[in-house]
Design a binder for this molecule. Structure first.
Ligand code: ADP
Ligand code: MG
Length: 287
């Protein structure tokens, strides 16, 4: 049976903007040893701003337009930023054959041209030679009709609340704070160092994230729990695999909210530490 105090705990959490889907998850929170974060939209704002546009054999305007068109059906934060920078309405009649590949990018036919926009993994898969220099930021490479057309550098910002979230988790004696990201190594390292995370794994496909989670499971004690926190785009499998799957509801996708055990209704990762405090208090009352 469920001690009455758990209803109080779940109610208290909900008043703090934390939706707990069952008393077992509230109890598990108090035993958390490892907290694993997704980067984009979870520790960072998930709002990328275009920093630089480097066209090759095409004008800047055309590169941005073809990219925004190719991205028009995507729901990824990268896509939203490119459409926002393009700024004009998209004429859907100009787009066909849209395909999005998780952890890679998109391909589409725009005005009869085959446009690919994504990371180096997509370029390598398609056999397109691309710019390999050092860039600070997330890079979207673009090819038009199988020819390299240049790259767009975008950058996201760490949420102001993330530093507090990490500090509070460290104060709560969490043994490991880890970040998993599909983004480039240099971007992941920069965010991870800024926040003082224990481990950073980058350039992961959604399936690689599940694999990393399995590795981390082996590093906790038998009764210890592992929590994963994500905003959801492509993260439903990891949310489901974690002992405690936590979705950030602020920007999060419906699939993530569905797959999660706990939903943070705001975009503040520090609510995870708040939830742990509520959990510990509830357990003390229950015992
Ligand atoms: P994460 O949420 O960890 O950043 P994702 O799996 O959502 O990881 O994306 C990983 C990488 O795949 C992105 O950093 C980007 O390089 C590429 N990517 C994914 N979707 C798109 C898209 N719509 N347009 C361009 N690149 C994309
Ligand atoms: Mg994501």
């Amino acid at each position: 049976s469920i001690p009455l105090s758990f209803f109080g705990g779940i109610g208290g959490a909900s008043r703090s903007g934390i939706l707990v889907k069952g008393s077992n998850y509230l109890e598990a929170l108090a035993q958390t040893e490892i907290v694993v974060f997704d980067k984009t939209g979870t520790l960072t704002k998930g709002v990328f701003n275009v920093q630089e546009i480097h066209p090759e054999n095409i004008s800047k305007e055309e590169l941005l337009e073809l990219t925004a068109y190719a991205e028009s059906y995507s729901n990824h934060p990268i896509s939203h930023s490119l459409k926002r920078t393009y700024g004009k309405d998209i004429d859907n009649e100009r787009i066909t054959n849209v395909e999005e590949t998780a952890g890679h990018g998109v391909t589409a036919t725009v005005d009869g041209k085959k446009v690919m926009a994504g990371n180096i993994r997509l370029m390598e898969k398609m056999g397109i030679p691309y710019f390999k220099g050092e860039v600070v930021g997330t890079v979207v490479h673009v090819a038009v009709d199988n020819e390299y057309a240049g790259y767009i550098v975008i950058a996201d910002e760490v949420k102001a609340d993330s530093a507090q979230a990490i500090r509070e988790l460290k104060a709560a004696n969490i043994k490991q704070i880890v970040m998993l990201t599909g983004d480039a190594q240099n971007v992941g390292t920069k965010v991870g160092k800024e926040l003082g995370l224990d481990k950073i794994y980058a350039e992961l496909l959604p399936a690689d994230k599940v694999e990393k989670l399995e590795e981390l499971f082996a590093q906790k004690s038998a009764k210890g729990k592992l929590a994963f926190v994500g905003d959801g785009i492509n993260d439903a499998p990891v949310l489901a695999r974690a002992d405690i799957g936590i979705a950030m509801g602020g920007l999060g996708s419906d699939a993530a909210i569905e797959a999660a055990d706990i939903v943070i209704m705001t975009d503040e990762p520090s609510k995870i530490a708040t939830a742990m405090k509520i959990s510990q208090k509830t357990l003390r009352i229950a015992r």
